[in-house]
Design a protein around this ligand. Structure first.
Ligand code: FMN
Length: 429
């Protein structure tokens, strides 16, 4: 089994990498202190594809990262993630004052595909949450980050942070979180619910002027790599992604959840999830969002290649949305993602999912003779073009294959008798 190769990659020995500040890599040098990254020594069998990645100087045994959310809420679950072999963990988003974070229950709702014989218990394809960021005291979370880094110095722990519109607040949060020893920061510019009136989360990610200012504060303060997490609830996701990179972030992560209303209960006439008879729009995740996440990641990757391609080793892309298989992850990497995050997948299948993800990704790599992630990263990106160009290419192909009757050139060619076959001849898979 391919998973054997994966287990061999996780070793206890740690090697020290040269101390390079994030600013040295990005061409900034003011007021910076150095930081060190300890990482696992890579001992990959020559017959197994190598899943290890190095992203913004952070070395991971595989590209699979726990996405910010319930799977990174406390010491016990993050430790479990490291023990099971996740490439990195992004903790649940923290802020300065957890007392302002008040959650409700129920806060999750599921969408299922129709089951066998139309039963209501089919596979879960969509997941909605109205959960806020971490409601645990910051000091408690920081103690746990510190403990984790002491126990797992060679593993990558990333703090997800979010704060109100206050320069001093962001600076204090960054300072305190960095002191816990985390390897990087992911900035939650994307939480779709809760606290927009405090200019937090998506309220910043959806306003490019605000984002530019806040990103400026953050990047002037941070001494570890910074990833900006994007909301998909915006017309053009490349705009905030571009601003984040221009203002000094080393990476972009996409996507956070998609604004959704899960449904209306047709007996009670109340929306779901129902809290004391009422609800509020939430964030949609899981399998159903994967195609939307692919499109957003594709747009960001194209923008990064075009506008930041000359410094491609300085900037990273972390893809998120509906990953449950190695194939889902391969798709993101084929679009240019350096790492792949999983949140709802872990909530449904547990931390052991990483073994399946690694083994399936290695199977995909073996099938195509890829020996490393870099070998196939971004190779599918060049096959996206405009619809106008598709028409031009198809007309050219029709001319070349005139003798072969496949597909219809014009709507006038549809027939009544051959309708189903004609439809089938234009399906790609
Ligand atoms: C219950 C739940 C809580 C979440 N909490 C956070 C959070 O605190 N911070 C954050 O940046 N993203 C949060 N997310 C978003 C996920 O990290 C991820 O971006 C999104 O769910 C899409 O990925 P998935 O389909 O793998 O879950 C949360 C998602 C869920 C389902």
């Amino acid at each position: 089994m391919a998973s054997l190769g994966f287990t061999r990659q996780i070793t206890s020995s740690a090697i020290e990498f040269p101390a390079t500040t994030r600013r040295q890599r990005c061409g900034f040098s003011k007021n910076r202190i150095g930081f060190r990254i300890l990482c696992s020594e890579n001992q990959v069998s020559s017959t197994e594809p190598d899943l290890s990645v190095t992203v913004n100087g952070l070395k991971m045994p595989n590209p699979f990262v726990i996405g910010s959310g319930p799977p990174g809420t406390n010491y016990t679950v993050m430790k479990r993630a490291f023990d099971e072999g996740w490439g990195a963990v992004i903790a649940k988003t923290v802020s300065l004052d957890a007392a302002k974070v008040v959650n409700v229950t129920p806060r999750y709702a599921k969408l299922r595909a129709a089951g066998v014989n139309g039963s209501a218990k089919g596979q879960i394809i969509g997941w909605q949450n109205i959960e806020l960021i971490s409601d645990r005291p910051l000091e408690t979370m920081l103690k746990e980050f510190k403990q984790l880094k002491e126990e797992y110095p060679d593993r990558i722990l990333i703090a997800s942070i979010m704060e109100e519109y206050s320069k001093a607040g962001w600076e204090e949060l960054i300072d305190r979180v960095e002191q816990s020893g985390v390897d990087a920061l992911e900035i939650n510019f994307s939480c779709p619910h809760g606290m927009p009136e405090r200019k937090m989360g998506a309220a910043v990610g959806q306003d490019c002027a605000l984002l530019e200012e806040v990103c400026g504060w953050i990047n002037a303060k941070a001494t570890v790599p910074v990833w900006a997490k994007m909301t998909p609830n915006i017309t053009d996701i490349t705009q905030p992604a571009r601003i984040s990179l221009q203002t000094g972030c080393e990476g972009v992560a996409a996507i956070n959840t998609i604004m959704s209303v899960m449904g209306i209960n047709l007996d009670t006439l109340r929306p779901e999830p129902c809290v004391e008879g009422y609800s509020t729009p939430g964030g949609y995740s899981s399998k159903a969002v994967h195609p939307i996440a692919l499109a957003k990641v594709m747009s960001i990757a194209q923008m990064m290649k075009k506008e930041f391609g000359d410094k491609k080793d300085h900037y990273s892309l972390s893809a998120i949305g509906g990953v449950e298989t190695g194939g889902d992850a391969a798709e993101f990497i084929l679009l240019g993602a350096n790492t792949v995050q999983v949140c709802t997948g872990v909530m449904m299948h547990g931390y052991g999912l990483v073994k399946k993800l690694c083994s399936e990704l290695q199977d995909f790599m073996k099938k195509h003779n890829f020996s490393s992630i870099e070998e196939f990263r971004g190779v599918s990106l060049d096959y996206f073009t405009t619809h106008t160009d598709l028409v031009r290419r198809q007309q050219e192909a029709y001319r070349e294959r005139k003798a072969i009757k496949k597909g219809l050139q014009s709507d006038k060619d549809w027939t009544g008798d051959g309708f189903v076959n004609e439809t089938e001849s234009m399906v790609s898979n």
